[in-house]
Design a protein around this ligand. Structure first.
Ligand SMILES: *[C@@H]1O[C@H](CO)[C@@H](O)[C@H](O)[C@H]1NC(C)=O
Length: 324
């Protein structure tokens, strides 16, 4: 009897007819063959070992590639600079306050009502927000790191230490100050201009009256004549004008605060901690109210090429001040 059974075991035997639950339990743990979920312990160990090695090699390969890649980079210094970079070596101009981007990305219109507190506060709030980084001092909690590196500079004293950068004292731009709501209430708003940062870019300023461009505004030429040869002539000059004859008539007197451009001592930008881009506050003293005025501001240096259509070296915006 026992012999007969043994022989029969070597041949195919139909699987015992088990219920669903039973067969599932057998799948989980088959006591006869010692299989757990279809594999024996050693089979599981082998497959686990295979995947451990497989992924370890994959991670190692990835890490090696990343390490090689990072060898070629510096977190502080861009690899491609000036001419070699995509942004190039021709800085653009930007202005603040930018109109609300949520409503219309294309809009460059600064429109407000001088007698409406809410309208004034809305625009001065946008400038406040932009200037916040300029006001942060020291490196305490909530302050910007590197702010303690900022030192006052002037055209005749700008010897900086290795870590030092020139400060931009935005609270001294009277009347374009936060306390004065950037003069919006007076109906003579301030617009702040900023030259875009380009790593290692140095301006070649028009610092004397030789070869000034023919299209340079006359009043700027006069200004350069006055400071020609002096240290403060080393400046990227700025001019703002009405675009069309009607705009020229409506724009009224324009003041540049604290000076008529971006002093050379703020350059080059080399990503030092706490660096601030210099600013020029343009005060439109008495623009005609109730009309839209097209304004174009330009930055002037020998190595800033002006291109109206590519918006290089210039910026365009519209201003409209209402009284009622
Ligand atoms: C004028 O600018 C040039 C650079 O474009 C500079 O080499 C020169 O020293 C400057 N002149 C003065 C008087 O600062």
């Amino acid at each position: 009897m026992a012999d007969k059974n043994k022989v029969a075991e070597q041949y195919y035997a139909p699987p015992p007819d088990l219920g669903k639950w039973e067969s599932f339990r057998t799948f989980l743990w088959n006591g006869e063959t010692g299989q757990f979920m279809g594999r024996t312990g050693s089979s599981w160990a082998k497959i686990l070992l295979f995947y451990v090695i497989f992924y370890a090699v994959l991670c190692g390969f990835f890490a090696a590639m990343l390490a090689v890649f990072y060898q070629t980079l510096d977190s502080k210094v861009p690899k491609w600079q000036l001419d070699a970079s995509i942004i190039g070596n021709n800085p653009g101009l930007g202005f603040r306050p930018m109109p609300d981007m949520d409503n219309n990305v294309e809009s460059t219109l600064i429109y407000y009502r001088a007698n409406d507190k809410g309208s004034v506060l809305r625009w001065s709030g946008v400038i406040d927000q932009f200037l916040e980084q300029y006001r942060k001092k020291g490196s305490g909690s909530g302050e910007q790191t590197g702010a303690e590196n900022r030192v006052p500079c002037s055209p005749t004293s700008y010897q900086l230490g290795e870590k030092q950068v020139c400060d931009v004292p935005v609270d001294e731009f009277h009347p374009c100050t936060s306390a004065n709501q950037y003069n919006y209430e007076e109906g003579g708003p301030c617009v702040i201009l900023k030259l875009n940062k380009i790593f290692n870019w140095r301006p070649e300023p028009f610092n004397n009256t030789e070869d000034l461009p023919t299209n340079m505004p006359e009043d700027l030429k006069q200004h350069i004549k006055m400071v020609s040869g002096k240290p403060e002539a080393n400046t990227v000059w700025v001019s703002c004008e009405g675009e069309n004859p009607a705009d020229v008539e409506n724009i009224g007197p324009v003041q540049y605060i604290p000076r008529r451009g971006f002093p050379s001592y703020y350059y080059p930008f080399t990503n030092k901690e706490g660096y601030l881009s210099p600013l020029v506050a343009v005060l439109f003293e008495k623009p005609r109210t109730g009309v839209l005025i097209n304004i174009e501001c330009k930055a002037w240096a020998k190595n800033i090429h002006y291109d109206r259509y590519e918006r290089r070296g210039n910026v365009h915006f519209e201003l409209m001040v209402d009284r009622a």
